[in-house]
Write a protein that binds this ligand. Structure first.
Ligand code: AOF
Ligand code: ZN
Length: 365
């Protein structure tokens, strides 16, 4: 016989299949079980489309009566783009609802569960909660902080180098790891680099995968508008570009960039450094729910030191560059003591081809 965890795991897998496609909404999966038989399954596929429960109940039809609903996120209680799922669940005749975790959306936050309990439905909360929260870490962060979830990606050698002293970096990691980066770009709303990277590498920052893919919005930190008009990222036919700057908005450079379709986001600067906290708030207002940081080292260091990185993905290649002038992933100010280092927690290690991938979180998270 299958346990609650088994059905919840199925619901989580359904939800996970839509990762990166539901922004700004969470991913949600639902499974309806009657007498040990799965009578309905559903997932939320895209913002604006029906919620997971709606699909599952459509499939279950009359079989929902006296069944158990497994859902990875508390059924919603509000009228958003779609009507409240809690009312649908209440009217469906299910006897029991198993919820992995509460919805942190302040419009819901426990109200969905209350509606069900008040209707006399048995509700159990917390089955595979950690997994469910991790799956929606981006959404949960958005709801709590009102800023994009920031993921730092680093590809380095065993001795922590991202390029030789000349800046040569192609390639540190193997093909499998490089492909993963494109899969990540395909999932996030934004990809961010500093002006140094634009000047040094003239990257396109687009998603290159076989088959259909999505380009994230390219975000360039460029306090003094040094982006050359002929840089690849100013070509906005392929993907949108936002340049975050503190330069005067009406300069001829600003106008020329805007004529090419680039959006300028002006934020204050502190000692010549862009105010990253304000930039993140403004980017979230523009609909960007998560950002992949792809360097360079100074940008990485600014985000890291200010506690603005929510997740680290570090690929380690089995090679050693050595030297004293080769580049490292996080530069910034030197610190005197190891105690001043930013503490992380390693969540997971995996092989990706011949490379190792470490997923880490700041301990404060
Ligand atoms: C659920 N099931 O499958 C999802 C939920 O604009 P709307 O109407 O789509 O509402 C979006 C909010 O609904 C979202 O912020 C989150 O609180 C909840 N998402 N809830 O019961 C689902 N996707
Ligand atoms: Zn809903």
């Amino acid at each position: 016989m299958k346990l609650d965890q088994d059905y919840m795991r199925m619901a989580l897998e359904l939800a996970a299949s839509a990762l990166g496609k539901t922004n700004p909404n969470p991913v949600v999966g639902a499974v309806i079980v009657k007498d040990g038989v799965i009578v309905g399954t559903g997932l939320h596929r895209k913002a604006g489309e029906p919620h997971a429960e709606v699909h599952a109940f459509r499939m279950a039809g009359d079989h929902a009566k006296d069944a158990t609903l497994y859902v990875t996120l508390e059924p919603c209680s509000h009228y958003g783009k779609t009507p409240p799922c809690a009312l649908l669940v209440k009217e469906s005749g299910v006897k029991r609802v198993v919820v992995a975790t509460e919805d942190p959306n302040p419009q819901v936050a426990g109200r969905g569960i209350n509606i069900l309990r008040e209707a006399g439905i048995e509700v159990e909360v917390g089955i595979l909660q950690k997994e469910a929260q991790q799956l929606n870490e981006r959404f949960i962060h958005n709801m709590i902080h009102g800023t994009p979830f920031v993921i730092s990606k680093v590809a380095m050698t065993l001795d922590g180098k991202i390029a030789t002293h000349t800046g040569h970096s192609q390639w540190i990691t193997g093909e499998a790891a490089r492909k993963e980066v494109h899969l990540l770009r395909n999932e996030v709303d934004g990809i961010l680099v500093g002006i140094g990277t634009v000047l040094a590498d003239n990257p396109r920052l687009t998603t290159r995968l076989e088959g259909p893919s999505k380009n994230p919005i390219r975000i360039i930190l460029d306090a003094n508008l040094r982006t050359p008009l002929e840089a690849h990222i100013t070509d906005c036919k392929e993907a949108k570009t936002i340049i975050v700057t503190s330069a005067i908005a009406h300069s001829s450079k600003a106008i020329a960039l805007e004529e090419k379709g680039v959006d300028l986001l002006t934020v204050p600067s502190i000692n010549g450094q862009l105010d990253l906290k304000i930039a993140l708030k403004e980017l979230y207002k523009r609909g960007i729910t998560d950002i992949l940081l792809e360097g360079g080292s100074e940008v990485n260091a600014s985000f890291m030191r200010q506690g603005l990185i929510n997740k680290y993905l570090v690929y380690i290649a089995p090679k050693i560059v050595g030297g004293t002038n080769s580049y490292t992933p996080f530069r910034g100010e030197d610190i005197d003591k190891v105690e001043e280092a930013v503490p992380l927690r390693f969540e997971k290690t995996e092989w990706v081809g011949a490379d190792i991938k470490i997923t880490a979180y700041p301990v404060s998270n």
